[in-house]
Design a protein around this ligand. Sequence first.
Ligand code: GLU
Length: 278
Amino acid sequence: MPRTRFAPSPTGLLHIGHAYSAMFTMEAAKGSDVLLRFEDIDAGRCRPEYYEAIDEDLSWIGFKWTEPPIRQSDRRHHYEAALESLKQRDLLYPCFCTRAQILDEEQRIAAAPHGPDGPHYAGTCRRLSSEDVQQNIDQGKPFSLRLKIDKAMSSLGRFTWYDQEAGLQQVNMEDFGDIVLARKDSGLSYHLCSVVDDHLQQIELVTRGQDLMPSTSIHRLLQELLNFTVPQYHHHKLVADENGLRLAKRRQDLSIRDLRASGLSPIELLNQAQIRLV
Ligand code: GLU
């Protein structure tokens, strides 16, 4: 009876894929705790009206949470403490590259390997001298914080994690570049906040879509670095649209809200999700 969580981002209305995911989580808990966590660190994309809509739509499909929901936007100090601990061990470095510079660099290195967040970063800012770093900071240039992936992995060696559906997964350093743990805009990242919260909320089973499997390797790495307990993982199938493609939030016609307005009952909606799994 594992303690689980559902962690939507209030950046749009929940759709039929979220409905499936939420109910999958609740069933996996088998009567144990189910937590609702709003992943809302991206202030530019989150909207106040979506928190309430998510509450309401989840309640309508029968998803029940057992503790008051938390919002990541209220918990910055926890994530900053984790960043500080990595900084202390010289595992982070500031990156001043603009999006355009990164794109340019990617085009130059045509065959750059890809990780969960896109092509691997070429490491440009890692080669900056400490004087240049200081100068950039003094000039007020915005920066992200990247993980020194080789240093992080060298202390750990290869390791694995287990997915309840896909089985054993190997984590290799070559799977990632120097990933961003603190973004320029928010000073935080999904990977960092998700791992810190799963730890602090004592989550025993993480359930989410298979599209997030590559992120889980990063999460396992962060858990190792931060000495966190490791939950179990179950990445479930995704609900597809009528063309067999993964749903995006912009598909408002497949939102729980619109399907409900079209006369569907919660059971019918969940049945539809079930037959569209890919
Ligand atoms: N906030 C993420 C999303 O809405 C969920 C990630 C997770 O469950 O870890 O896709």
